[in-house]
Design a protein around this ligand. Structure first.
Ligand SMILES: [Zn+2]
Length: 1008
């Protein structure tokens, strides 16, 4: 060791006065630079300059090591990472990562797929040269831990691998486009991990592989950079809000880890699984200054391994402790994020035997340095936030990068120090997943071969396949025992006991035909299948009163297909084969000129309608029999179609057809490939984005048009048959839809491609000013469209809008303060199966509901349904006789009151003679709203999730067809199209589209 110069000793002594020496525990590696490695003085000076407070950095990132061969981020950025005014496009980030790959043997870049708009996604591996040379060898070792069946579940064998394998820690940045700091932080972090010779960083580099996807939402990142550039060019103006992120959705891109409908989810999931990573750590920006929400709050997801909950605690608390010791304020690990829904990107790890992690750091939505003032609850000191953020500070993107990099380095170092334990845990979690049938169960889920909706069954199986779940298929019939249901405690009155006598005995076994699909729970990724297929229950008594996201998601229910949860382990012994390729047979069967296709509410039917645009297709309005086979109402009859084309299309779509020799004598009406306009606002495009994604996947064409454009379209009905107006979501009030954003002040907010903003529009819509809304002209155009025979389909807030502009006849819409249905699966019941909207549905339909709204019917235009207060009217007053006797007036002959018909909550109320007298507002029966589906009774409303105050919405209409002029306004209180998870209710919308000019089919209008 060299003897230090005297002046250095003096300096050290001076420093020691101000900086408490850090005493590390045995074996711990101190943070901080290697004195022998020179630093990049200029870069370091700039980092210091852009850091707004001395305590917004740490000994891990307050210097940048110098390298003779490896370039710093400055070569691409033109300044240091986190510098004000600098926000790189994904392309620039990739350019830098590839420069690192070129100049350092410690960095490798991999392409992991493309986005919906064709942009590349990458992942960057950074580790020692030796580790990167042995990537494949190491991958094979990790694969054995990931699938303990390859080790015959032998712990001793696993230990041998645990002792040698190099773990993988996967970091993902910028899934949320306005959260802008991660890419530069990750560029600099990659540089540090490749170059820094400090013991702290060297240990990380030698001990593990850090995998980095610097930009997850690549399409949205490029739009965000565009907006920021526009802002820099127009510094005094308001800049347009980021109304589109990816092609389809915005913030919800982080709710796709269940359905895996977006490319970014699929690409990250595949990367995570192929690398057999132990951690997936996703970076966000919304909370000051670093909320490591890995621990979060309850309730925890009920399907995670308790080992994982312990890992969250270990890593999270250590993270807070280390950063607190660095003197960085505002770092905490508990908060209001509950860990219930598995929809978040990071939860890919939690559901695949790894460790999910998430940071919320603080950001300014761009690279401006801004003075930020916090809310009292943000800077309050709480039990879990002993060193809270400051009420008011200058905050820079560099501060953000300091926090992000420090947190990550602390996490990597701790993970590396304990990597043998974490690798062993990785194996144990996988092993316990394989042992599920013997432990908590179930043994398997079965999707029976006699499913009436095979194409929907296929779609559900495809989700499981994307989740890397193994799917098997039985080769012979199998019967399993059903679990015995415990007798419920009996009523004191004994009434229940009486009723029970009449009940049929519960079946004790269940049989599945050969060809049934089996999702075995003795496989490494059983956990995700179990979480998706099981039911959820969120107690109204739960201490958590503000669920962070959806509370229920049961996929079998939302896909409308049969899924049996089998606890009898005998199912695992049934003869079965692994399924290599998922498909459903289809095509023409038999000889004839007319082909019948049964309607079981499969969305593929609508795809067929649009694929064969010129074919004559009819819907049977009643059931019929042909060649000994029974067909239900709604059956599709294809006439005069090109047989070869029909055969090819039905094969591709998996639809079965039956040749019919003579046309059935029942009434039919044409099914149309309606011309669709999908209407959007400039307020928010996220919730309708799921609708666009759905129509695109079904290959159903539509025009995508904004409320502004509608206002200028004179000939809506000439061009379109159906206008779909999906929920607006954020800001979707009548006022906002009509008036938009105020235009009396401020500047126009353009959403257009310009040299400054080349990426904004993509394949979506554009405008020279986002602020104007539909306007009253637009309202008039919509009204005219419907009265001229068009169909306007509205959902949740847009149904409320339709009621507000007076096109929904007797349907009024309200919200409840008391009711709490937070993204739940609820029961609905068919009211009018003759309505074409209901074709293919049976008595009970599970649907996604997020607090309604509540629909009520009135038979008098412009009036609300009477709500009865106090005791039930018509009950007899106090007087002579028994309760059931008529009242008795002395001195005259008794007259019995006329009977009032019984009225159900979902029905059109009867108009009394008194109401009818000279009342032009009474709606003629043929013009009254027709209820297609209603919510189930209170006791049957909850299927999955949280339902509190069910009485408010129980039995109220859920889907209503309201005639207006010659057209219809179809209103949904449920949301039939949500996050790719609700395929069972897609056909409610598709039926509306295909039957748009025959919605009155099967209507019965007699007064009660
Ligand atoms: Zn976020």
């Amino acid at each position: 060791m060299n003897r230090p110069h005297r002046w250095k000793l003096v300096l050290l002594a001076v420093l020691c006065i101000f900086v408490a020496p850090r005493v590390k525990a045995d074996g711990e590696t101190p943070p901080g630079r290697d004195a022998k490695q020179p630093i990049d003085e200029a870069y370091t000076a700039k980092m210091k300059k852009y850091t707004t407070e001395p305590f917004f950095t740490s000994p891990l990132v307050n210097y940048l090591p110098a390298s003779k061969s490896v370039p710093t981020p400055e070569v691409v950025l033109g300044d240091v990472a986190g510098a004000p005014g600098i926000l790189p496009y994904a392309e620039d980030v990739y350019k830098y990562m590839r420069l690192l790959e070129k100049t350092s043997p410690r960095v490798k870049v991999f392409s992991i797929g493309t986005t919906e708009e064709g942009r590349e996604m990458i992942t960057v591996a950074v580790s020692s040269e030796e580790n990167l040379k042995k990537l494949e060898e190491n991958r094979a070792k990790l694969a054995k831990l990931a699938d303990p069946r390859t080790l015959q579940l032998n712990d001793a064998e696993a230990d041998k691998i645990v002792a040698q394998a190099v773990p993988v820690y996967y970091i993902t940045g910028t899934i949320h486009s306005p959260e802008t700091g991660a890419p530069t932080a990750l560029m600099e972090l990659t540089y540090r991990l490749a170059v820094d010779e400090s013991p702290y960083v060297k240990e990380i580099r030698d001990g593990m592989i850090t995998l980095i996807t610097p930009v997850v939402e690549v399409d949205g990142r490029d739009r965000m950079v565009d907006i920021y550039k526009w802002h820099l060019a127009h510094p005094k103006d308001f800049y347009p809000p980021l109304v589109y992120w990816g092609k389809y959705v915005a913030h919800d891109n982080n709710r796709d880890a269940m359905g895996v409908t977006l490319k970014l989810t699929e690409n990250v999931l595949n990367t995570y699984v192929q690398w057999n990573a132990q951690v997936l750590h996703d970076l966000h920006e919304s909370v000051p200054y670093l909320y490591d929400n890995t621990i979060g709050d309850g309730p925890y997801n009920a399907w995670i391994d308790p080992i994982l909950a312990d890992e969250w605690q270990m890593i999270g608390t250590r993270n807070v402790a280390e950063m607190t010791k660095f003197g960085m304020p505002g770092v905490f690990a508990h908060g209001d994020f509950d860990t219930w829904s598995p929809g978040y990107l990071m939860f890919i790890a939690a559901m695949h035997n790894g460790i999910s992690r998430l940071y919320e750091t603080f950001g300014n939505g761009g690279a401006d340095t801004l003075e930020r003032t916090l809310d009292p609850e943000e800077y309050a000191r709480t039990w879990y936030k002993q060193n809270p953020p400051l009420p008011k500070v200058m905050w820079s993107q560099r501060d953000n990068n300091n926090y992000e990099e420090t947190g990550l380095l602390v996490s990597l170092q701790y993970f590396n120090e304990n990597k043998r334990m974490f690798l062993k845990n990785f194996y144990l979690k996988a092993k316990r997943s394989v042992e599920k049938p013997k432990a908590e169960g179930p043994a398997a889920y079965v999707l029976p071969a006699d499913e009436t909706r095979p194409t929907l069954q296929l779609e559900l199986l495809k989700v499981l396949e994307k989740q890397h779940v193994e799917i098997s298929r039985t080769t012979s019939a199998v019967t399993v025992a059903l679990p015995l249901k415990k007798e419920k405690k009996q009523d004191k009155s004994g009434e229940k006991k009486e009723a029970k006598k009449d009940e049929k005995p519960q079946p004790t076994t269940q049989s599945f035909p050969a060809g049934s699909y089996v999702i075995r729970m003795d496989q490494p990724y059983s956990r995700i299948a179990d979480a998706l297929l099981d039911h959820q229950y969120w107690s109204p008594e739960d201490p958590q009163k503000t669920p962070y996201d959806d509370t229920g998601w049961t996929f079998g229910e939302l896909y409308g297909v049969q899924v049996a949860r089998v606890t009898d382990a005998k199912i695992l012994q049934a003869p079965m084969e692994r399924v290599a390729e998922l498909r459903v047979p289809g095509g023409l069967k038999g000889e004839g000129t007319i082909f019948a296709i049964e309607n079981h509410a499969e969305p593929a039917l609508a795809s067929l309608r649009y694929k064969l645009k010129d074919a004559d297709m009819q819907a049977a309005e009643e059931g019929f029999e042909s060649a000994g086979k029974k067909f239900a109402a709604g059956t599709i009859l294809v006439k005069s179609a090109d047989h070869a084309k029909l055969d090819a299309a039905t094969k591709e779509l998996g639809l079965q057809t039956t040749a019919v020799s003579v046309a059935p004598s029942v009434k039919t009406h044409p099914l149309r490939a309606a011309r669709i306009l999908l209407l959007h606002t400039w307020l928010s495009t996220q919730t309708e984005g799921w609708w666009r994604l759905t129509l695109d996947k079904l290959q159903i064409p539509y025009d995508y048009v904004s409320t502004q454009t509608i206002a200028k379209s004179a000939d809506l009905r000439d061009k379109y048959d159906v206008i779909l107006f999906p929920p607006v979501g954020w800001g979707g009030s009548l006022n906002n839809i009509v008036n938009g954003t105020p235009t009396s002040w401020g500047n126009p907010l353009p959403w257009q491609n310009t040299p400054e903003t080349p990426n904004l529009v993509g394949k979506n819509d554009s405008t020279d000013d986002m602020r104007p809304g539909l306007g009253w002209d637009g309202v008039a155009k919509l009204q005219k469209f419907v009265s001229d025979g068009g169909v306007l389909l509205t959902v949740m807030d847009t149904a409320q809008f339709a009621a507000g502009i007076g096109v929904t006849g007797g349907v009024s819409v309200s919200n409840s303060e008391k009711m709490k249905i937070v993204g739940s699966v609820v029961g609905t019941k068919l009211v009018d199966g003759a309505s074409p909207i209901a074709y293919g549905y049976s008595e009970k339909v599970a649907a996604y509901c997020d607090n309604g709204p509540i629909f009520s019917l009135s038979s008098i235009a412009g009036s609300r349904r009477r709500r009865r207060l106090g005791p039930e009217m018509g009950a007899r007053p106090t007087g002579r006789g028994t309760k059931d006797d008529p009242d008795f007036a002395v001195g005259r002959v008794g007259v019995e009151a006329p009977d009032e018909p019984e009225l159900e909550i979902w029905e059109n109320p009867n108009v009394t003679d008194e109401q009818r007298h000279n009342n032009p507002r009474v709606i003629p029966p043929a013009m009254r709203a027709r209820v297609v589906l209603r919510y189930a009774d209170s006791k049957d409303l909850l299927i999955s999730g949280l339902v509190e105050g069910a009485g408010e919405i129980a039995q109220h209409p859920a889907v209503v067809d309201a005639p207006f002029g010659k057209g219809h306004v179809v209103m949904f209180s449920i949301n039939p199209v949500w996050r790719g998870e609700t395929q069972g209710t897609y056909s409610l919308l598709l039926n509306t589209v295909m039957n748009f000019d025959s919605l009155n089919a099967g209507r019965k209008d007699e007064e009660k």
